[in-house]
Design a protein around this ligand. Structure first.
Ligand SMILES: NC(=O)c1ccc[n+]([C@@H]2O[C@H](COP(=O)([O-])OP(=O)(O)OC[C@H]3O[C@@H](n4cnc5c(N)ncnc54)[C@H](O)[C@@H]3O)[C@@H](O)[C@H]2O)c1
Length: 276
Protein backbone atom coordinates (compact mmCIF):
# COMPACT_ATOMS: atom_id res chain seq x y z
CA UNK A 1 0.00 0.00 0.00
CA UNK A 2 1.22 3.49 -0.85
CA UNK A 3 2.05 6.12 1.76
CA UNK A 4 4.01 3.98 4.24
CA UNK A 5 7.48 3.77 2.64
CA UNK A 6 10.18 5.08 4.98
CA UNK A 7 7.81 5.35 7.95
CA UNK A 8 8.58 3.80 11.34
CA UNK A 9 5.51 2.03 12.74
CA UNK A 10 4.96 0.43 16.15
CA UNK A 11 2.42 -2.39 16.53
CA UNK A 12 1.40 -3.83 19.92
CA UNK A 13 -0.19 -7.29 20.13
CA UNK A 14 1.66 -8.18 16.91
CA UNK A 15 1.95 -11.90 17.72
CA UNK A 16 -1.53 -12.78 16.48
CA UNK A 17 -4.58 -11.70 14.51
CA UNK A 18 -5.04 -8.10 13.45
CA UNK A 19 -1.70 -6.95 14.93
CA UNK A 20 0.24 -9.64 13.08
CA UNK A 21 -1.51 -8.84 9.79
CA UNK A 22 -0.97 -5.09 10.32
CA UNK A 23 2.76 -5.52 10.99
CA UNK A 24 3.20 -7.69 7.88
CA UNK A 25 1.19 -5.32 5.65
CA UNK A 26 3.17 -2.33 6.96
CA UNK A 27 6.44 -4.15 6.21
CA UNK A 28 5.19 -5.00 2.70
CA UNK A 29 4.34 -1.34 2.21
CA UNK A 30 7.92 -0.23 2.93
CA UNK A 31 7.68 0.69 6.63
CA UNK A 32 10.18 -0.25 9.34
CA UNK A 33 8.29 -1.99 12.13
CA UNK A 34 8.66 -2.32 15.89
CA UNK A 35 6.58 -5.30 16.98
CA UNK A 36 5.74 -6.44 20.50
CA UNK A 37 3.48 -8.86 22.36
CA UNK A 38 3.37 -11.01 25.50
CA UNK A 39 2.91 -13.99 23.19
CA UNK A 40 6.56 -14.42 22.20
CA UNK A 41 5.89 -17.55 20.10
CA UNK A 42 3.43 -15.75 17.87
CA UNK A 43 5.70 -12.73 17.80
CA UNK A 44 8.60 -14.84 16.50
CA UNK A 45 6.40 -15.97 13.59
CA UNK A 46 5.58 -12.33 12.76
CA UNK A 47 9.28 -11.41 12.96
CA UNK A 48 10.24 -14.25 10.60
CA UNK A 49 7.61 -13.17 8.08
CA UNK A 50 8.78 -9.55 8.18
CA UNK A 51 12.41 -10.61 7.78
CA UNK A 52 11.41 -12.66 4.74
CA UNK A 53 9.88 -9.50 3.24
CA UNK A 54 13.22 -7.78 3.89
CA UNK A 55 11.86 -4.93 6.03
CA UNK A 56 13.72 -3.63 9.10
CA UNK A 57 12.12 -5.04 12.26
CA UNK A 58 12.64 -4.60 16.01
CA UNK A 59 11.02 -7.35 18.07
CA UNK A 60 10.38 -7.17 21.85
CA UNK A 61 8.34 -8.81 24.56
CA UNK A 62 6.18 -6.00 25.97
CA UNK A 63 3.18 -6.17 28.27
CA UNK A 64 1.11 -3.06 27.46
CA UNK A 65 -0.10 -2.85 31.07
CA UNK A 66 3.48 -2.26 32.32
CA UNK A 67 3.71 1.52 32.08
CA UNK A 68 7.39 1.97 33.03
CA UNK A 69 8.46 -0.70 30.55
CA UNK A 70 6.32 0.93 27.85
CA UNK A 71 7.96 4.35 28.46
CA UNK A 72 11.46 2.81 28.22
CA UNK A 73 10.41 0.85 25.13
CA UNK A 74 9.27 4.06 23.36
CA UNK A 75 12.72 5.61 23.86
CA UNK A 76 14.40 2.40 22.69
CA UNK A 77 12.36 2.32 19.47
CA UNK A 78 13.21 5.99 18.79
CA UNK A 79 16.93 5.33 19.44
CA UNK A 80 16.87 2.21 17.25
CA UNK A 81 15.19 3.72 14.17
CA UNK A 82 16.01 7.41 14.74
CA UNK A 83 12.31 8.43 14.67
CA UNK A 84 8.80 7.06 15.20
CA UNK A 85 5.87 7.97 12.92
CA UNK A 86 3.00 5.67 13.83
CA UNK A 87 1.73 3.66 16.79
CA UNK A 88 -0.97 1.02 16.42
CA UNK A 89 -2.30 0.38 19.94
CA UNK A 90 -3.83 -2.95 19.03
CA UNK A 91 -3.14 -5.42 21.89
CA UNK A 92 -6.36 -6.53 23.53
CA UNK A 93 -8.24 -9.27 25.38
CA UNK A 94 -11.88 -10.28 25.63
CA UNK A 95 -14.01 -11.35 28.56
CA UNK A 96 -17.66 -12.43 28.62
CA UNK A 97 -19.90 -12.23 31.67
CA UNK A 98 -22.90 -10.27 32.91
CA UNK A 99 -21.88 -7.54 35.36
CA UNK A 100 -23.90 -9.23 38.12
CA UNK A 101 -21.69 -12.33 38.02
CA UNK A 102 -18.35 -10.75 36.95
CA UNK A 103 -15.64 -10.29 39.56
CA UNK A 104 -14.06 -6.85 40.06
CA UNK A 105 -10.73 -8.40 39.02
CA UNK A 106 -12.21 -9.55 35.68
CA UNK A 107 -13.43 -6.04 34.86
CA UNK A 108 -10.15 -4.47 36.04
CA UNK A 109 -8.08 -6.84 33.91
CA UNK A 110 -10.01 -5.90 30.75
CA UNK A 111 -9.66 -2.19 31.56
CA UNK A 112 -5.93 -2.66 32.28
CA UNK A 113 -5.14 -4.24 28.92
CA UNK A 114 -7.77 -2.78 26.59
CA UNK A 115 -7.94 0.79 27.98
CA UNK A 116 -4.81 1.49 30.05
CA UNK A 117 -2.67 -0.36 27.49
CA UNK A 118 -3.88 2.14 24.89
CA UNK A 119 -3.30 5.09 27.24
CA UNK A 120 0.22 3.85 28.05
CA UNK A 121 1.10 3.42 24.37
CA UNK A 122 -0.36 6.76 23.34
CA UNK A 123 1.34 8.72 26.12
CA UNK A 124 4.69 6.91 25.76
CA UNK A 125 4.94 7.55 22.02
CA UNK A 126 3.22 10.94 21.67
CA UNK A 127 6.38 13.07 22.22
CA UNK A 128 8.21 11.03 19.58
CA UNK A 129 5.29 11.25 17.12
CA UNK A 130 5.14 15.04 17.53
CA UNK A 131 8.93 15.28 17.10
CA UNK A 132 8.76 13.21 13.88
CA UNK A 133 6.81 16.01 12.17
CA UNK A 134 4.52 13.36 10.63
CA UNK A 135 2.87 11.26 13.33
CA UNK A 136 -0.23 9.07 13.56
CA UNK A 137 -1.91 7.42 16.56
CA UNK A 138 -4.15 4.46 15.65
CA UNK A 139 -6.14 3.08 18.56
CA UNK A 140 -8.15 -0.11 18.21
CA UNK A 141 -11.58 0.07 19.81
CA UNK A 142 -14.40 -2.20 18.56
CA UNK A 143 -18.00 -2.06 17.38
CA UNK A 144 -18.50 -2.63 21.10
CA UNK A 145 -17.13 0.92 21.49
CA UNK A 146 -20.18 2.15 19.53
CA UNK A 147 -22.93 0.24 21.36
CA UNK A 148 -23.19 -2.14 24.32
CA UNK A 149 -24.50 -5.69 24.49
CA UNK A 150 -25.40 -7.93 27.44
CA UNK A 151 -22.43 -9.94 28.70
CA UNK A 152 -19.80 -7.47 27.43
CA UNK A 153 -19.95 -4.79 30.15
CA UNK A 154 -16.21 -4.85 30.89
CA UNK A 155 -15.20 -4.96 27.23
CA UNK A 156 -17.82 -2.32 26.32
CA UNK A 157 -16.48 -0.03 29.07
CA UNK A 158 -12.89 -0.40 27.87
CA UNK A 159 -13.70 0.05 24.18
CA UNK A 160 -16.01 3.08 24.79
CA UNK A 161 -13.16 4.53 26.89
CA UNK A 162 -10.67 3.99 24.04
CA UNK A 163 -13.04 5.81 21.71
CA UNK A 164 -13.57 8.75 24.12
CA UNK A 165 -9.84 9.07 24.80
CA UNK A 166 -8.86 8.86 21.13
CA UNK A 167 -11.53 11.25 19.86
CA UNK A 168 -10.38 13.83 22.46
CA UNK A 169 -6.77 13.32 21.36
CA UNK A 170 -7.76 13.89 17.74
CA UNK A 171 -9.21 17.30 18.57
CA UNK A 172 -6.32 18.23 20.88
CA UNK A 173 -3.71 17.52 18.21
CA UNK A 174 -5.64 19.74 15.79
CA UNK A 175 -6.13 22.52 18.36
CA UNK A 176 -2.44 22.45 19.35
CA UNK A 177 -1.34 22.42 15.70
CA UNK A 178 0.69 19.25 16.31
CA UNK A 179 1.63 17.18 13.25
CA UNK A 180 -0.12 14.06 14.58
CA UNK A 181 -3.17 12.45 12.95
CA UNK A 182 -5.47 10.28 15.04
CA UNK A 183 -7.68 7.35 14.04
CA UNK A 184 -10.07 5.19 16.07
CA UNK A 185 -10.67 1.71 14.66
CA UNK A 186 -13.94 -0.17 15.22
CA UNK A 187 -13.69 -3.75 13.93
CA UNK A 188 -16.74 -5.99 13.63
CA UNK A 189 -16.16 -9.75 13.91
CA UNK A 190 -12.62 -10.60 12.70
CA UNK A 191 -11.39 -14.20 12.33
CA UNK A 192 -8.63 -14.14 14.96
CA UNK A 193 -7.73 -16.00 18.15
CA UNK A 194 -9.44 -13.37 20.34
CA UNK A 195 -12.32 -15.59 21.45
CA UNK A 196 -10.04 -18.61 21.94
CA UNK A 197 -7.75 -16.43 24.13
CA UNK A 198 -10.71 -15.00 26.04
CA UNK A 199 -11.94 -15.70 29.57
CA UNK A 200 -15.48 -15.80 30.89
CA UNK A 201 -17.40 -15.49 34.14
CA UNK A 202 -18.15 -18.61 36.17
CA UNK A 203 -20.92 -20.70 34.68
CA UNK A 204 -20.06 -19.78 31.10
CA UNK A 205 -18.07 -22.13 28.90
CA UNK A 206 -15.29 -20.16 27.11
CA UNK A 207 -14.98 -22.96 24.53
CA UNK A 208 -18.67 -22.76 23.65
CA UNK A 209 -18.37 -18.96 23.33
CA UNK A 210 -15.28 -19.28 21.13
CA UNK A 211 -17.05 -21.76 18.83
CA UNK A 212 -20.03 -19.42 18.51
CA UNK A 213 -17.71 -16.49 17.71
CA UNK A 214 -15.70 -18.44 15.12
CA UNK A 215 -18.81 -19.89 13.42
CA UNK A 216 -21.31 -17.04 13.55
CA UNK A 217 -19.70 -13.70 14.36
CA UNK A 218 -16.24 -13.59 12.76
CA UNK A 219 -16.58 -12.82 9.06
CA UNK A 220 -13.60 -10.70 8.06
CA UNK A 221 -10.01 -12.01 7.79
CA UNK A 222 -7.25 -10.23 9.76
CA UNK A 223 -5.51 -9.50 6.43
CA UNK A 224 -8.61 -7.71 5.13
CA UNK A 225 -8.89 -5.86 8.45
CA UNK A 226 -5.25 -4.72 8.22
CA UNK A 227 -5.81 -3.40 4.69
CA UNK A 228 -8.93 -1.46 5.76
CA UNK A 229 -7.02 0.04 8.72
CA UNK A 230 -4.05 1.11 6.58
CA UNK A 231 -6.36 2.57 3.93
CA UNK A 232 -8.07 4.57 6.71
CA UNK A 233 -4.67 5.73 8.02
CA UNK A 234 -3.55 6.72 4.52
CA UNK A 235 -6.74 8.74 4.00
CA UNK A 236 -6.50 10.21 7.52
CA UNK A 237 -9.93 8.95 8.58
CA UNK A 238 -10.96 9.82 12.16
CA UNK A 239 -13.08 6.65 12.38
CA UNK A 240 -12.53 3.33 10.62
CA UNK A 241 -15.26 0.66 10.61
CA UNK A 242 -14.20 -2.85 9.59
CA UNK A 243 -16.61 -5.32 7.95
CA UNK A 244 -20.19 -5.10 6.73
CA UNK A 245 -21.39 -6.14 10.19
CA UNK A 246 -19.74 -3.04 11.70
CA UNK A 247 -21.22 -0.79 9.01
CA UNK A 248 -24.76 -2.18 9.39
CA UNK A 249 -24.66 -2.04 13.20
CA UNK A 250 -23.30 1.52 13.13
CA UNK A 251 -26.16 2.54 10.81
CA UNK A 252 -28.76 0.90 13.09
CA UNK A 253 -27.39 2.76 16.14
CA UNK A 254 -27.52 6.08 14.28
CA UNK A 255 -31.16 5.48 13.31
CA UNK A 256 -32.59 4.09 16.56
CA UNK A 257 -30.36 5.96 19.03
CA UNK A 258 -30.63 4.80 22.67
CA UNK A 259 -33.67 2.63 21.82
CA UNK A 260 -31.18 -0.04 20.71
CA UNK A 261 -30.99 -0.99 24.40
CA UNK A 262 -34.56 -2.25 24.19
CA UNK A 263 -34.11 -3.98 20.83
CA UNK A 264 -30.73 -5.70 21.19
CA UNK A 265 -31.40 -7.99 24.20
CA UNK A 266 -34.22 -9.66 22.22
CA UNK A 267 -31.73 -10.55 19.48
CA UNK A 268 -28.69 -11.35 21.61
CA UNK A 269 -30.61 -13.54 24.08
CA UNK A 270 -31.32 -15.93 21.18
CA UNK A 271 -27.67 -15.92 20.02
CA UNK A 272 -25.53 -15.87 23.15
CA UNK A 273 -25.24 -18.68 25.71
CA UNK A 274 -26.39 -17.78 29.25
CA UNK A 275 -24.69 -18.93 32.47
CA UNK A 276 -25.51 -22.55 33.35
N1 LIG B 1 -11.32 -10.15 16.51
C1 LIG B 1 -12.36 -9.35 16.59
O1 LIG B 1 -13.48 -9.71 16.17
C2 LIG B 1 -12.22 -7.96 17.15
C3 LIG B 1 -13.35 -7.12 17.09
C4 LIG B 1 -13.26 -5.84 17.60
C5 LIG B 1 -12.06 -5.41 18.17
N2 LIG B 1 -11.00 -6.25 18.23
C6 LIG B 1 -9.76 -5.75 18.85
O2 LIG B 1 -8.69 -5.93 17.96
C7 LIG B 1 -7.47 -6.01 18.72
C8 LIG B 1 -6.66 -7.20 18.26
O3 LIG B 1 -7.36 -8.39 18.59
P1 LIG B 1 -7.33 -9.73 17.71
O4 LIG B 1 -8.70 -9.99 17.30
O5 LIG B 1 -6.26 -9.66 16.70
O6 LIG B 1 -7.01 -10.79 18.87
P2 LIG B 1 -5.80 -11.83 19.08
O7 LIG B 1 -6.10 -12.51 20.36
O8 LIG B 1 -5.64 -12.66 17.86
O9 LIG B 1 -4.53 -10.86 19.22
C9 LIG B 1 -4.38 -10.01 20.32
C10 LIG B 1 -2.92 -10.00 20.72
O10 LIG B 1 -2.77 -9.12 21.85
C11 LIG B 1 -1.85 -9.74 22.74
N3 LIG B 1 -1.98 -9.25 24.12
C12 LIG B 1 -2.97 -9.55 25.01
N4 LIG B 1 -2.71 -8.97 26.18
C13 LIG B 1 -1.54 -8.28 26.04
C14 LIG B 1 -0.77 -7.48 26.90
N5 LIG B 1 -1.11 -7.27 28.18
N6 LIG B 1 0.36 -6.90 26.40
C15 LIG B 1 0.75 -7.12 25.12
N7 LIG B 1 0.06 -7.90 24.27
C16 LIG B 1 -1.08 -8.46 24.71
C17 LIG B 1 -2.15 -11.22 22.65
O11 LIG B 1 -1.06 -12.01 23.13
C18 LIG B 1 -2.42 -11.39 21.18
O12 LIG B 1 -1.26 -11.77 20.47
C19 LIG B 1 -7.90 -6.07 20.19
O13 LIG B 1 -7.77 -4.79 20.76
C20 LIG B 1 -9.36 -6.47 20.11
O14 LIG B 1 -10.09 -6.06 21.23
C21 LIG B 1 -11.04 -7.51 17.73
Amino acid sequence: MQGFAGKVAVVTGAGSGIGQALAIELARSGASVAISDVNTEGLAVTEERIKAIGAPVKCDRLDVTEREAFLLYADEVKDHFGKVNQIYNNAGIAFTGDIEISQFKDIERVMDVDFWGVVNGTKAFLPHLIASGDGHVVNVSSVFGLFSVPGQGAYNAAKFAVRGFTEALHQEMTAAGHPVKVTTVHPGGIKTAIARNATAAEGLDPEELAKLFDKKLANTSPEQAAKVILEGVRKNRARVLIGNDAKVLDAIIRVVGPHYQRLFPKVTSKMLPRPH
